[in-house]
Design a binder for this molecule. Structure first.
Ligand code: CO
Length: 244
């Protein structure tokens, strides 16, 4: 599948521009510095003025961390998704929400996938984390429990993670691409818990409401080093399953 630039309408352009400007503004105080720096560096290929062309984004990434966009229609099986991550391919849809539904989404659209996920993949350590995460997914692809544990890790980091600077800042794409969730995740009233790999891999999540709790890291290095621990944890669990 490919992105067809000539299929976008004036309405789509309006939606992209409106969402980009509103969230860009909102994130100045609430987005993590790594994300904001990535946006600045990508401004020629990712900005409010036009719907991003995936070809240009892919070219940008060739000179950076090597990620490429894989166009998908909608959600795909998690096993396929992990397999693509392990090849440094990140899935994105090409459609945009309607002007009537700027803040409500049943499935991730291109604003979520591109504005939310893509910029941080240019950060070397975050990129390595996502890549190693994909490889771990591949390794345990036959093991349903392990896949669930890894989905949780993905959810509480790549989708809804926050990072401590002076205050909590957003880095997860589910937050970054949502006006309401950005305000919620960076407010003083919400529950924020320090990242612990085993806790996260045992923690259920809900996809139908705004998050009640966010998991906070101190640095992307912390995320990266959690991969090895996750592997050990899953290995131990597999061992237990085989022996009892
Ligand atoms: Co996402």
């Amino acid at each position: 599948m490919k992105q067809e630039m000539n299929k976008y309408t004036k309405k789509d352009e309006w939606v992209w521009n409106t969402l980009f400007r509103r969230q860009h503004d909102n994130l100045k105080q609430k987005g993590c510095k790594e994300y904001l720096n990535a946006l600045i560096d990508m401004r020629d290929v990712l900005n409010a003025n036009s719907i991003p062309n995936f070809k240009n984004l892919n070219n940008y990434f060739l000179g950076k961390t090597g990620w490429q966009i894989e166009v998908v229609k909608g959600l795909i099986p998690v096993e396929d998704f992990f397999e693509l991550l392990a090849k440094k391919r990140f899935c994105s849809s090409t459609w945009l929400r309607s002007p009537e539904n700027l803040d409500y989404l049943e499935e991730p659209d291109m604003f979520h996938d591109i504005f939310g996920h893509i910029p941080l993949l240019s950060h070397p350590v975050f990129s390595d984390f996502a890549f190693e995460f994909g490889k771990l997914g591949n390794k345990y692809i036959q093991n349903k429990d392990a896949i669930i544990a890894l989905q949780r890790l993905y959810w509480f980091t790549i989708e809804f993670g926050v990072i401590r600077e002076n205050e909590s800042k957003a880095y997860g794409a589910g937050i970054i691409s949502s006006f309401g969730e950005t305000n919620r995740a960076t407010s003083n009233t919400v529950k924020i818990t320090d990242f612990d790999i085993e806790q996260v891999m045992n923690k259920n999540f809900r996809t139908d409401v705004m998050q009640e709790e966010y998991i906070s890291i101190y640095s992307f290095d912390e995320l990266f080093s959690s991969i090895e621990k996750a592997d050990k944890f899953l290995n131990k669990k597999r061992y237990e399953l085989e022996h009892y």
